[in-house]
Design a protein around this ligand. Structure first.
Ligand code: MCA
Ligand code: AMP
Length: 468
C-alpha cells in the first residue's frame, strides 16, 4: 500500500518534515518496522494522533504489521476516548516516547521512537485486510468506526494521483489533523504511496503555508479562507503547482480571491470518511468555483429523488448523492444496523448529501439531508453527540444543537440549552470541550426557557436557525 516507502522512488533525508523532525523514508521504514515488531498479532492499534513524527511512525508500523490502526484525536475527552478505545477493541495505545499518555485508557502503551531501527520484514498483509478504523459522527449517538480496507485506500490514492498529476516530484504541504481522512490518508499515506515529500506545518496557518515552499497544498475551506485574507501569504503560493480544497464547501468568493492572489484556481474535491474521496476537479481539466467535478477513477455516482427516481442531469434538479466503487469502506465496526441504513438494497452507499449534476457530469454539492450533521472548520460534528454531552451536565434539562452559518468555520456549533439558574454558557462550553474533542464544543450557548417543538415533540431546528 505504501509503495514509495521501500526504495525505487529515490530518497531524501527530509522526505518527511513534521514537528521539527526530518526523516528519510528509509528511516521511517526502519522505525515503523520497530513498531510493527512489537505489535504484530494485536487486534487493533490505537494511536494518539498528535501531529508528530511518532504518530506517522506508529501508523506506518500498524500498516506494516497488518494491524488495523485507530487514530485517537489527541484532545478527545474521556467520554469520546473511552468510546473509541472500547468500541474499536484496540489492545495497545501507541504514544510518542517521552509523551504523556492519558491516564484513563486501561490499555498497555507502546512508546514510539522515530529514531528506532529494525531491519525485520513483515509479510505484506492481504489487500482486503482492514487498514484503518476511523471514527465518524452520525446524527445521533457516539461516533461509529468506519473500517477502511487497504485496497480502498490504495485505489483512492491512485485515483487522486491521476486526477491531480501528483508524483514523486511534488512536495506536499498541509497542517491538518492526523486522525481523519484528509490529513492522514491523503496527507500522509498519499505522500508515502506517490513518493512525494511531505511537510506538515503543525498548524495550518497562512504564514506556515507560505513559508513551506511546497508544490501541492491541501486545506479545508477555513484554511483557504484565512489564506485568502492574507495577501502576502496567498501571493507566496504562486510558486506552487496546485492548491486543493476539501472536507466542506469552498465558498465561491474564497475560490475567486485565492485565484486572484495566488494565480491558482483551486481544485475542489468531495468525499467522506466512509467513501474516501469520490469526486474532484482535475489538474488537467476545468476548475469551476462551487463545483466538485467528476467521479475519480473507479467510482460511480447516481442522484436519486426522494421517491427513488433518477434525477435528470440538468444542473438544477437536486437529489440524494449515492456512490459505489473501489474506494468505499467495508462497513461500520459492529454496527449492522448502521450498515443497513447506509447501503441501498442494490449496493449503493447513501452519502446523505444533496447534489446536482450538470449535463457535462460536473457535480455540485448543495447541502446535507440532515440538519443534525454539522461541518465546522471541516470537522463533522453530530448534533446528537453534543446534545448528549450537554445533558450529562447536572444543571441541564434539555439542549438542541445546530450549525449556524459562520464566515470562518462554514458552520459554528450553537447550543440552545434549558438549564437551572446560575449556570453560564462558558461553563457549558468548557464541560463539552472536556468530555468530547475540543472542536465539538459550542461556539455559542443560548440559554432558553423552552425549545420550539412540533406536534410530535421534535425540536424545530430550522426555526432555531432562522429565529436564533
Ligand atoms: C479553545 N481551545 C480550547 C477551548 N477553546 N480548549 C479547551 N477548552 C475550550 N473551551 C483551544 C483548542 O484546544 C486549540 O488549542 C485552540 O484553542 C484553537 O481551537 P479552535 O478554535 O478549535 O481552532 P481553530 O483555529 O478554529 O481551527 C481551525 C482549523 C481546524 C485549524 C481549520 O478547524 C482544523 O484543523 N480543521 C481540519 C478538520 C479536518 O481535517 N477535517 C477533515 C475530516 P491548541 O492551540 O492547543 O490546539 S475528513 C473529511 O471531511 C472528508 C473525508 C474529506 O472530504 O476530507
Ligand atoms: P466526514 O464525515 O468528516 O468524512 O465528512 C464528510 C462530509 O463532508 C460529506 O458528507 C460532505 O457533507 C462534506 N464534504 C466533504 N467535502 C466537501 C466538499 N468539497 N463540498 C461540500 N461538502 C463536502
Amino acid at each position: 500500500m505504501l509503495t514509495a516507502l521501500r526504495g525505487g522512488h529515490g530518497d531524501a533525508p527530509d522526505a518527511l518534515r513534521i514537528d521539527g523532525h526530518a526523516l528519510s523514508r528509509e528511516q521511517l521504514l526502519a522505525a515503523a518496522t520497530a513498531v510493527a515488531d512489537r505489535i504484530a498479532g494485536a487486534p487493533a492499534l490505537a494511536v494518539l494522533a498528535r501531529p508528530t513524527a511518532a504518530t506517522v511512525t506508529a501508523v506506518v508500523g500498524g500498516l506494516l504489521a497488518g494491524v488495523p490502526v485507530v487514530p485517537l484525536p489527541p484532545d478527545a475527552g474521556p467520554k469520546e476516548r473511552g468510546h473509541i478505545l472500547r468500541d474499536s477493541g484496540a489492545a495497545l495505545l501507541a504514544v510518542g516516547a517521552g509523551e504523556q499518555p492519558p491516564d484513563d485508557t486501561g490499555i498497555p502503551v507502546v512508546p514510539v521512537d522515530p529514531a528506532a531501527r529494525s531491519a525485520a520484514t513483515h509479510p505484506e498483509p492481504a489487500p482486503d485486510a482492514p487498514a484503518l478504523i476511523l471514527y465518524t459522527s452520525g446524527t445521533t449517538g457516539a461516533p461509529k468506526g468506519a473500517v477502511l480496507g487497504r485496497r480502498a485506500v490504495a485505489a483512492d490514492l491512485d485515483a487522486l494521483a491521476a486526477a491531480w498529476c501528483w508524483t514523486a516530484e511534488d512536495t506536499l504541504v498541509h497542517g491538518l489533523p492526523l486522525f481523519h481522512v484528509h490529513g492522514l490518508v491523503l496527507g500522509v499515506l498519499g505522500a508515502l504511496r506517490t513518493g512525494s515529500r511531505l511537510v506538515h506545518t503543525g498548524r495550518p496557518t497562512p504564514q506556515a503555508y507560505a513559508a513551506a515552499r511546497g508544490s501541492l497544498y491541501f486545506g479545508v475551506p477555513t484554511v483557504w479562507s484565512r489564506v485568502a485574507a492574507d495577501g502576502p501569504a496567498a501571493g507566496a503560493l504562486a510558486a506552487a503547482r496546485l492548491l486543493v480544497s476539501g472536507s466542506a464547501p469552498l465558498p465561491v468568493p474564497v475560490f475567486e480571491r485565492l485565484a486572484a492572489l495566488s494565480g491558482h484556481r483551486p481544485i475542489e474535491r468531495y468525499g467522506m470518511t466512509e467513501t474516501l474521496i469520490t469526486l474532484s476537479t482535475r489538474a488537467d481539466g476545468e476548475r469551476r468555483p462551487g463545483s466538485v467535478g467528476l467521479p475519480v477513477a473507479g467510482v460511480r455516482t447516481r442522484l436519486l429523488a426522494e421517491d427513488g427516481a433518477a434525477v435528470p442531469h440538468d444542473g438544477e434538479t437536486v437529489g440524494e448523492l449515492q456512490v459505489r466503487g473501489a474506494t468505499l469502506f467495508d462497513g461500520y465496526l459492529g454496527r449492522p444496523d448502521a450498515d443497513a441504513e447506509a447501503w441501498t438494497a442494490d449496493g449503493w452507499f447513501r452519502t446523505g448529501d444533496v447534489a446536482v449534476v450538470g449535463g457535462d457530469g460536473f457535480h455540485r454539492i448543495v447541502g446535507r439531508a440532515s440538519v443534525d450533521l454539522i461541518k465546522s472548520g471541516g470537522f463533522k460534528i453530530g448534533a446528537g453527540e453534543v446534545e448528549a454531552a450537554l445533558r450529562d451536565h447536572p444543571a441541564v434539562s434539555d439542549a438542541a444543537v445546530v450549525g449556524a452559518p459562520d464566515a470562518d468555520l462554514g458552520q459554528a456549533v450553537v447550543a440552545y440549552v434549558i438549564a437551572a439558574d446560575g449556570v453560564t454558557g462558558d461553563q457549558l462550553t468548557a464541560f463539552v470541550a472536556e468530555r468530547l474533542s475540543v472542536h465539538k464544543r459550542p461556539r455559542r450557548v443560548v440559554l432558553v426557557d423552552d425549545l420550539p417543538r412540533n406536534a410530535m415533540g421534535k425540536v424545530l431546528k430550522k426555526q432555531l436557525l432562522t429565529e436564533g
